[in-house]
Ligand binder design. Structure first.
Ligand code: AR6
Length: 169
């Protein structure tokens, strides 16, 4: 069975143990995938995230999924792209590591992950995907319990980038 796949999907529709949210430091909702997750989860989600004390870029926090088909949401805050010379790549890698650390701690077996930072935060899609695939492969190698990570991508262009990286092995 393949443990790593990329599909074109609205991440809010996926029935996995946990989905990753590309949030902001307030954790109180926003646009993009964050807005979609909050809408689909219902108002109970912001009631919980309000108690989490925010989240720094590169870190992650866990909440329940409420009305989502996913059981939990792992909220992370990606870097805002500023040309690439301000540590953006390190912060993005830290996002994935923080999410996978929570998944390992909780014993999650199935995860869905969006292309963190590549929307409103402006991170270029290709280098962001390289980091996502690299860090996910490390997590799969380190965590035998993790059965499947799905990259849930919103556009055909994003999907093509991920498919190429996954095919390259
Ligand atoms: N399912 C999967 N992917 C999605 C969905 C969805 N339903 N909706 C958008 N995407 P973005 P960021 C893709 O902007 O760049 C929010 O306001 C989208 O096409 O959601 O990390 C937060 O509160 C893109 O490829 O997140 C922050 O303020 C990717 O998800 C800020 O945006 C990420 O785009 C975070 O910006």
């Amino acid at each position: 069975m393949t443990r790593l796949r990329a599909i074109r999907a609205d991440i809010t529709t996926l029935a996995v143990d946990a989905i990753v949210n590309a949030a902001n430091t307030s954790l109180l909702g926003g646009g993009g995938v964050d807005g979609a997750i909050h809408r689909a989860a219902g108002p109970e989600l912001v009631a919980e995230t309000r108690t989490l004390g925010g989240c720094e870029p590169g870190e992650a926090k866990l909440s329940r999924g409420y009305r989502l088909p996913a059981g939990y949401v792992i909220h992370t805050v990606g870097p805002i792209w500023n040309g690439g010379g301000r540590g953006e790549a390190q912060v993005l890698a830290d996002c994935y590591r923080s999410c996978f650390a929570i998944a390992a701690r909780e014993g999650f077996q199935t995860l869905a992950v969006p292309a963190i930072s590549t929307g409103i935060y402006g991170y270029p899609a290709e280098p962001a995907a390289e980091i996502a695939v690299r860090e996910t492969r490390v997590a799969l190698a380190e965590n035998a319990r993790l059965a499947c990570v799905t990259f849930a991508l919103f556009s055909e262009d994003q999907l093509a980038i991920y498919e190429r990286l996954l095919a390259a092995g």
